[in-house]
Design a protein around this ligand. Structure first.
Ligand code: SF4
Ligand code: SF4
Length: 298
């Protein structure tokens, strides 16, 4: 089973547009929306939810008021200032370390699992989909990404699929690392802006650190062709292939408004280029079993 993650240095680079288009072109893949802080692939794929699973993040302290004598030892011991003056727990600050449970002389504190979001198993017109929604203010997104990826693997085994297409989160944080560890290849979507080049270098650095083969797709290449040359030079020097370039185009917006992938919406220039990129990526994915794709130098 192959796994491809599509990531970007920041949000809004067209990552989800491309991941959804790849899902429609692959036809036989499992789709995993791991951008759990800002999931929007469902807007295009309109999944039918078959199962909702509670996602529990960190443990959180809970105080039994009938046992508590308000001695304040727990509050004094909490390094995270998660216990208020009235000896109630601020669940958004609590790290679940258990120190309060340890110091409480009355056994009034226990750690309980806290629901931090929902994970979904769905079906779409292109195949099974694993996705999720993180609760407001929750920070366990890396753990939820791993949960979604596990669900996607289970779906791939159950439905005998040999490819998982993962829409990863933007940036370089722990949720990005959770979305790329152990995959066969990442595709980084970037734009030719100064900040885009900087973000690209950081994201490729993360992929390189984990020895994951990486390729690059430049979106909106025609907004600054000088910067495109800089990106191509940087990629060439670091052994990373630029698998394609997409023009600035309103096709993705129009397609999303129609709840369609760009491939379904149009067979114009933008969609043709996405198809070419997919063929290129698919070829590389087939090669990865032989480890022929270059990985970026650390
Ligand atoms: S579990 Fe740790 S962080 Fe949470 S309230 Fe207790 S001492 Fe504070
Ligand atoms: S240490 Fe235990 S008894 Fe004391 S205030 Fe905290 S919960 Fe209540």
């Amino acid at each position: 089973m192959k796994q491809l993650t599509i990531i970007s240095g920041k949000g809004g680079t067209g990552k989800t547009t491309i991941a959804a288009a790849f899902a429609s072109l692959a036809k036989d893949a499992v789709i995993a929306d791991c951008d759990v802080d800002a999931a929007d692939m469902h807007l295009i794929l309109q999944p039918e939810i078959l199962e909702t699973i509670d996602f529990t993040g960190l443990d959180v302290a809970s105080i039994d008021e009938s046992l508590c004598i308000k001695c304040g030892k727990c509050k004094d011991a909490c390094r995270f200032d998660a216990i208020r003056d009235d000896i109630t727990i601020n669940i958004y600050e609590c790290e679940g370390c258990g120190v309060c449970e340890y110091v409480c002389p009355e056994d009034a504190v226990s750690l309980i699992e806290r629901k931090a979001g929902d994970a979904y198993i769905s079906k779409t017109r292109f195949g099974p989909m694993a996705h999720a929604r993180l609760g407001i203010g929750e920070e366990a997104s890396g753990k939820l990404v791993s949960f979604v990826r596990n669900n996607a693997r289970t779906l791939a085994q159950k439905h005998n699929k040999d490819l998982i297409i993962i829409d990863g989160p933007p940036g370089t944080g722990c949720s990005v690392i959770a979305s790329i560890t152990g995959v066969d290849m990442v595709m980084v979507v970037t734009e030719p802006s100064v900040s885009g080049i900087h973000d690209l270098e950081r994201v490729l650095g993360v992929a390189g650190h984990f020895n994951i083969p990486a390729v690059v797709c430049i979106n909106k290449y025609d907004i600054n062709e000088e910067n495109v040359l800089l990106i191509e030079k940087y990629c060439s020097e670091n052994g990373v292939e630029v698998v394609g370039k997409l023009p600035y185009d309103d096709t993705p917006t129009k397609a999303m408004l129609q709840e369609m992938t760009v491939i379904e919406y149009s067979d114009g220039e933008f969609s043709k280029r996405v198809k070419e990129i997919w063929e290129n990526v698919r070829g590389h994915l087939n090669e990865t079993s032989g480890h022929t794709l270059l990985t970026m130098a650390k």
